[in-house]
Design a protein. Structure first.
Length: 303
């Protein structure tokens, strides 16, 4: 196990997942403190880096595209205090940070975790129910519907329509933008059959954000809804897949013996390919953890 404890938070890696716990320091962003502890499975990671600085360093996780609904909904627009996948490291713990990064890299290499995109969320998203007030309204989400309620600062034309209730199955997209310069931010829901042409100030399906302290919390609502929408990279329901039993049988079978004249290098490459195939079957849910472990051990013995 590898662990690093800082004022900014605590990261613990047990070989299968990283547990990220935000610290209680005043510099920890409101979004991170509200989101709470995150458990990031190894298969969701594309990499990890550690950057040293004069006053402090940064541990940064790089997730595979499409693995986290929060990152998908915010599109990489979370600023540093609110990014749950960064940890501020004090200079006297640089060695520990390097050790944690090395342990995660070694595990990624051993498990042959690909760095490419995924077609299903590997993190569940924020806990529900959620209720956040910021900008010109309040967004409530119970897992099935979003309710938008307006306050005294809402534009009259928008408030005149009253509160809005949006069933999840009518929502096709969600986005969160922070305010930047003179441009206000927004939490916007795209509803099936309703074209998006109106600025957030007048859009009854959007909350306008003005750059205040609670604006980042609206990103949690966006992420919770995003986690319940179809994954944008998911295969169509009509796609034909082989029966799970057949795939399990193929995975459980020993690797094909290499032809006698084949070089040792060729045989090694074949076994690495086998490991990658087993990893993909586990990630797709075809193999259980026990089946994957047994099959992987058989391959590693041959290596």
């Amino acid at each position: 196990m590898a662990e690093i404890i800082q004022k900014d938070g605590t990261w613990v890696f047990d070989g299968d997942a990283l547990r990220l716990t935000p610290g209680r320091d005043k510099n920890v962003g409101l979004l991170r403190r509200t989101l709470g502890e995150l458990l990031v499975p190894l298969r969701a990671l594309a990499g990890i880096s550690f950057e040293q600085g004069k006053k402090s360093g940064r541990l940064r996780l790089r997730l595979r595209d499409g693995a986290c609904p929060l990152l998908h909904a915010t599109g990489g627009r979370l600023t540093e205090p609110h990014d749950p996948y960064q940890l501020v490291v004090e200079p006297d713990r640089y060695g520990v940070a390097e050790y944690v990064a090395d342990e995660v890299r070694n595990a990624l290499l051993l498990d042959q975790v690909p760095a490419g995109p995924v077609d299903a969320y590997l993190l569940p998203g924020p806990s529900i129910p959620l209720s956040v007030s910021a900008g010109d309204g309040t967004a409530n989400f119970d897992g099935e519907r979003v309710r938008l309620e307006w306050n005294w600062k809402t534009e009259d034309a928008k408030a005149a329509g009253g509160a809005r209730t949006l069933p999840v199955d009518e929502i096709t997209a969600v986005e969160w933008y922070p305010s930047a310069g003179l441009e206000n931010g927004r939490l916007r829901f795209t509803v099936r059959g309703v074209p998006v042409k109106t600025p957030a100030k007048y859009d009854p399906n959007a909350v306008e954000l003005w750059g205040f302290r609670k604006d980042p919390l609206m990103a949690l609502v966006a992420a919770a809804v995003q986690a319940r929408l179809p994954h944008p990279a998911a295969a169509p329901e009509s796609a034909v897949r082989p029966p799970a039993e057949a795939l399990r049988a193929v995975a459980a079978a020993p690797p094909d013996p290499a032809p006698a004249p084949a070089s040792a290098e060729d045989g090694h490459d074949a076994l690495l390919r086998r490991l990658r195939e087993l990893g993909e079957l586990r990630r797709e849910g075809v193999l259980t953890e026990e089946e994957f472990t047994l099959a992987k051990q058989a391959v590693l013995k041959r290596m």
